[in-house]
Design a protein around this ligand. Sequence first.
Ligand code: OAD
Length: 243
Amino acid sequence: MYQQIVVLTGAGISAESGLRTFRDQDGLWEEHHIEDVATPEGYERDAELVERFYNSRWQQLHSGTVVPNAAHLALAKLEAEFTGQLLIITQNIDDLHERAGSRRLLHMHGELSKGRCPRSRQTFILRDPFGASNCCTCCIPAQRLRPHVVWFGEMPLGMDSIHDALDNCDLFIAIGTSGTVYPAAGFVDAANHHGAQTVEVNMMAPDRHCQFQYHLTGKAGELVPKLVDTILAGQVIGSESSL
Ligand code: OAD
């Protein structure tokens, strides 16, 4: 029976909700240069281009067509029914975990639904997409809000809490992430180092460098509900009776 579970999610968990991943075929980075839309330098060069990029994601998320899928819902069920501790760390800037009902959640790469004052770092919920009229109320003169998104070269959010959770977990699960962006890509090493069981759920079969003890190949929407049922039944993942 597990006591402390950490779940890391990536773009793959939201793929079945209709949101594009970054590095799959047809992924977002095929169409955009990272340095243009996901770096502080890109924003300094052309704020409008960066705002257009995040606004189109914002509009899609608010279009009414994007809803949490079975994997998000299963993780919310795990939080509600698990008697131990669960922390979800997401690299995703969408709010599908919250909409599914998850509450112990850390957005390490920021949140699409918020803008941030570049001077005070105070965050504001965005009622409208980004534009010149989206300003802070904490400074005089009011500052134009920037996306509350961690860009390349910036420090991810909540790292102290994340390290505490990784040091103490007995099960670490990564769902729908390519494991190419650090520090998130290194979490499995930390969890292995501290003696946790490590499990990966991904559409792609593992390569030979895979650091996870167990790998489940398939869609998150199909596998995560089964994984959650296994945990809630008090079974160990990878035992004969599970999954
Ligand atoms: P990637 O696009 O790099 O990887 C998505 C992963 O999800 C791939 O390994 C896919 O095989 C897998 N996948 C796709 N559909 C799936 C499904 N239905 N079920 C299970 N797995 C599926 O996305 P991330 O790893 O999240 O950062 O990317 C990490 C970071 O890179 C992002 O947070 C973003 C990006 O640059 C910033 O912008 C700071």
